[in-house]
Write a protein that binds this ligand. Sequence first.
Ligand code: DGJ
Length: 379
Amino acid sequence: MNKKNLLIYFITFSFTLIGYSQKKYTSFKPGTLWLDNNDKHINAHGGGILIYNNTYYWFGEHKTSGSTGNKAMVGVGVYSSTDLYNWKDEGIALKVINDTTSMLQKGSIIERPKVIYNKKTDKFVMWFHHELKDQGYTAALTGVAVADDITGPYKYINSFRLHAGILPLNFSKKEFEAAEIIQDRKDENWKEKVIKGAYFKKDFEVGQMSRDMTLFVDDDETAYHITASENNQTLHISKLADDYLSVTNEYIRVFPGGRNEAPAIFKKDGKYYMFSSGLTGWKPNPGKSAVADDIMGEWKSLGNPCIGTEKEEATTFWSQSTYVIPVIGKKDAFIFMGDRWTPKNAIDGRYIWLPVEFENNKPVLKWQSEWDLNFFNNN
Ligand code: DGJ
């Protein structure tokens, strides 16, 4: 071997070694510590994935340790991966703002960030659940930020309530007029009144609440904002404007009084599927699933998608949905992404990723202590 070949051999060998050392995982082990390229547990909770240039980008809440861990002390983190197992820390995509007059100041609450790419404007658009500093979960706002590059920096635009003064497509003026405003649950027939629009009417002038949220981009590039509104009692699905920076007036109420949080949407064979959860704070509860022929309704409940022991079914394998990932290059391969929250030490929250299976035309989830993407070849 001459010197030149030896050098090429040496360089190739070194790169292979580097590549090998970066690929520490070849499978998913739900619920275990999941280390990034810096050997730190991935910090991207309540996350979502954007696929761009054949790479997965995972955006999520950057939690901290200690009692302020669930508040936004840093911002929204982003990681990248080409194989879904091994993730590179790409830094903080959206930073909290060091100014106490800003709504996005340190100590506000930023949850469930989701990023989508707008082909027309060539911009990356992030939406997130936003609560104002020291106001608990009362503000119930949705926030928007935008960036030229996928990993940021994202420029904060604004946070707001939705659809002030606008009726949903599936709620008539007559129904609105008949709705009775109530203030709390002590009211007799509380649930029935909520279904008929009590909370909706209460917020009609100021705008509808938005808490747990997700985004979904359809095949025709139309994007949708899906959120827990009406004091978490009813989901609202809104069509976004062409630039994805605001909502249009087209929106619907889904499962009035159904108490859904944590919505996550995916599309298979022309049908829209939704995973969501019930409403028990950081504690897990039985998962829910639903299907629709049209994302703007009617949605039909498909029940708890989890198949397992009584405890697993009652707790979504001790997790709460956040997103569903379509696997690049594999038809009908979807991964359920959930959070196993650890509110006392939020930074330690674990990730429950499971393959979505279909049985009798329903999406189902079964526990896997370890699995890999070959699962989809065998099923
Ligand atoms: C459940 C939600 O899904 C989370 O995103 C978070 O808002 C917690 N509730 C807060 O209790």
